[in-house]
Design a protein around this ligand. Structure first.
Ligand code: PEP
Ligand code: MG
Length: 755
């Protein structure tokens, strides 16, 4: 290579020796810059390290003034070095001073150097610092030199990530890598967990970075690529789901990328600068990740994700590791960090050791979130590049209640969270003590507290909470977490085990509530402008009755010799209820004719989630056996505010006069018609919501299992009559402010109720 002494391979070998020497971190860095400068025939070689405060500090230099080391600190966007760091891209200029971003620090004496080559020091796509070479003469660094400098920067990345440089830093100005970090994501499952990081897909740890025999490495690479391709071919052909639940089109994309000449060329080039095949794949992967983190186009990001995955696979082939590594070394308090995960993968972890979950992707309705909630695992999602920010074993706190994640937390945060965990545990113990107590208010009103469920892993909650039954069994969850459409036999067996677990307690099954945002990957989806208002739930069930009928049949058969309670989601007109009910009757007749054992009794009810039903209450109550209010959807439709869009979902308070008037009207009409009514939306799971509901006349609520304790504790101390005296006047009169929340809070405070 032109201009380089001995080429990059000699340099890498020399660097390996320096890394093994027993010298201080500063001496090692000083030797590294001297070696790089000499090898690249550059007058200057400098290392800047990104600090926790976002600035870049000069840590070592050959050629610039020595006094500037640890004194020169650049702002994140200052000069060419700042630009290399923020864009995570090399900058190669023969006349640096002509570049608009050029600026210089007089204390370094760098103004006499014209040519500039800067590369980011990257690890898992994160910028850890910048490595620069400069020359006085206006020279153009070749592509090979640029490549060689990037390869060299990997050695520095290892050094920074290992924490070795922290000893050289002033307090508060430590290297950003491996330092304490607070990130905010989306809360997906409640609770707090303290523990240590386990990467769901462990990074391949490369022990041998520097190649001894170049032709051999190139050959290893070629063999690994052929193996990778034939593995992928086999997986694509092996039906639609393979290898840990990955979907066929994902595998197809991988297969396509494994022939991507640009990608393969970059890896080969990295090998020819002196890296082993696996280190070369990692180098290119780190560039891909850096691009991925900066890409705003979702399609491009997805493709870069695919390339990232493919690189992992290729590294595993090269290192002779299985795709799914063993989990033997799980710490006792594991916080699993994943880009994304299927529900089955989560269930594979040892429940006793799994404390928390952090995901880069995944919304509240994603399948893994549903399972995490059912298992009670605190989970935070939407943490960008979570897998790149952590190292296995790092200490981490997951606050699933607020969506906060603290990586490598400082001691005071850890202590504060430790206290909160203890407090929660004490409260849980108090709630457990209430388990056997019937839920009766101070003035003798019985309130049935039931739980919401949907999977077999929910069933132990009936016993644990002492709930009066299941007030909402979301049957779609079985469909959502399954890789393919559950057969009637599988549905039947789930429903049977639910009824068995509930023993004599009532279970209200809701027929499939799919469509809208509840998408089944294996079913054809229709693009809709407003999915929440679209072809979903009972609308789909009535238009294409095959699926609904087979589900009803499974429910009827599972309830042979017992009582069945079933209800329909998203009913908007009484006629829809009539049609759905007649469908149940047809199935009953069918089963009777075939000699199946029938349920002792079938109670048919409906969810009230669509505001149009508020104006058909009399007609509705004449028809139904019971009614359950779905306040989540009812709220979103009453206020025309998307429940999943945080910009608008918190804009309107459910504890306001319009909502509470509507809910009270439902409870009053139910009483008039002598029909049971309950409420199964999130409102009932908040103590203040349950308080309002008990005051306006609800005597049955269906809650998240974790809410049963706090709600019961509150209701046991409540005098509903006093509550009515204090609150109902605000609903009856024209009110200045429509929010009743503060009135409820005042009442609770005056009565000593724990909200
Ligand atoms: C509701 O809408 O309040 C409800 C309980 O149903 P889901 O949350 O499943 O839509
Ligand atoms: Mg709903």
């Amino acid at each position: 290579m032109r201009g380089a002494l001995g080429g990059p391979r000699v340099l890498l070998r020399r660097l390996r020796e320096v890394m093994a020497e027993r010298v201080s971190a500063q001496e090692r860095l000083d030797k590294v810059v001297v070696l790089i400068a000499a090898n690249m025939v550059a007058e200057v070689c400098s290392v800047y390290v990104l600090r926790v405060d976002g600035t870049l500090e000069l840590y070592a230099t050959e050629g610039l003034k020595r006094e500037a080391v640890h004194e020169t600190v650049l702002k994140a966007d200052e000069g060419l070095v700042g630009l290399v760091a923020s864009e995570a891209n090399p900058i190669n200029l023969s006349e640096a001073q002509a570049h608009p971003a050029f600026s210089y620090r007089p204390e370094t004496g760098e103004e006499v150097y014209h040519s500039f080559l800067g590369v980011p020091i990257l690890r898992a796509g994160n910028t850890l610092g910048v490595l620069v070479v400069q020359n006085r003469a206006r020279r153009t660094y070749t592509e090979e030199e640029e490549e060689a400098l990037q390869t060299t920067s990997m050695v520095l990345a290892e050094m920074i990530a290992s924490g070795e440089l922290s000893a050289l830093a002033r307090p508060g100005a430590e290297p950003a890598a491996r330092h304490t970090m607070h990130v905010q994501g989306a809360s997906l499952s409640d609770g707090i967990a303290l523990g240590h990081v386990v990467l769901h897909e462990p990074r391949v740890v490369i022990t041998n970075v520097i190649a001894d025999d170049l032709p051999r490495e190139l050959k290893r690479l070629d063999t690994a690529i052929s193996t990778l391709r034939s593995d992928l071919d086999r997986m694509v052909e092996h039906r639609d789901v393979a290898d840990g639940g990955e979907h066929r089109d994902v595998l197809e994309a991988y297969r396509m990328f494994s022939y991507d000449q640009g990608w393969l060329h970059r890896i080969r080039e990295a090998v020819s600068t002196g890296l082993t095949a696996e280190a070369a794949v990692e180098r290119v992967q780190s560039d891909t990740r850096a691009r991925m983190l900066r890409a705003s186009d979702p399609y491009l990001r997805d493709r870069l994700h695919d390339l990232d995955d493919l690189a992992n696979r290729l590294m595993r082939v090269l290192m002779g590791q299985d795709h799914a590594p063993g989990r033997e070394q799980m710490p006792d308090n594991a916080i699993v960090v994943a880009r994304s995960m299927g529900p089955a993968a989560l269930l594979d972890y040892d429940r006793k050791k799994l404390r928390g979950l952090i995901l880069e992707e995944g919304g509240p309705t994603s399948h893994v979130s549903i399972v995490a909630r059912a298992l009670g695992i605190p989970t935070v999602g939407e943490i960008e590049n979570a897998t790149g920010l952590v190292e296995p074993g790092d200490a981490v706190i997951v606050d699933g209640t607020t969506g906060n994640v603290h990586l490598r937390p400082p001691q005071d945060i850890e202590v504060a969270y430790g206290e909160r965990v203890k407090l929660r545990a004490r409260k849980q113990a108090q709630y457990r003590a209430l388990r056997e107590r019937p839920c009766v208010t101070k003035d003798g009103e019985k309130v049935a507290l039931m739980i919401n469920a949907g999977l077999t892993i929910d069933l132990p909650h009936i016993e644990e909470t002492g709930a009066a039954g299941i007030g909402l069994f979301r049957t779609e969850l079985q469909f959502m977490v399954a890789p393919t459409l559950p057969r009637v036999g599988e549905q039947l067996s789930l429903y049977r085990s639910v009824l068995d677990a509930a023993e004599k307690k009532p279970v209200i099954f809701r027929t499939l509530d799919i469509g809208g945002d509840k998408v089944l990957p294996y079913m054809r989806n229709f693009e809709e402008e407003n999915p929440a208002l679209g072809w979903r739930a009972i609308r789909l069930g009535l238009d294409r009755p095959g699926l609904l009928r087979s589900q009803v049949r499974a429910l009827l058969r599972a309830s042979g010799g017992r009582e069945l309670r079933l209800m329909f989601p998203m009913i908007a007109m009484v006629e829809e209820f009539d049609k759905a009910k007649s469908l149940v009757e047809i199935e009953l007749t069918h089963l009777r004719r075939h000699g199946h054992q029938l349920p002792d009794r079938v109670h048919i009810g409906t969810m009230l989630e669509v505001p149009s039903l508020l104006f058909q209450l009399d007609e509705l109550f004449e028809r139904v056996d019971f009614l359950s209010v779905g306040s989540n959807d009812l709220m979103q439709f009453l206020y025309a505010a998307d429940r999943g869009n945080t910009r608008v979902s918190d804009r309107f308070d459910p504890l306001s006069a319009p909502v509470l008037r509507a809910l009270k009207e439902i409870a009053d009409k139910a009483r008039k018609h002598g029909k049971p009514v309950s409420l199964c939306g999130e409102l009932a799971s908040q103590p203040i919501g349950a308080l309002a509901l008990a005051i306006i006349g609800y005597r049955a609520l269906s809650l998240s299992p974790s809410a049963v304790g706090p709600v019961k504790a509150l209701l046991l101390d409540l005098d509903t009559r006093r509550g009515q005296e204090a609150i109902l006047p605000y609903l009856a009169q024209p009110v200045g402010s429509v929010s009743i929340r503060s009135k409820l809070e005042d009442f609770a405070a005056a009565e000593g109720l724990q909200l």
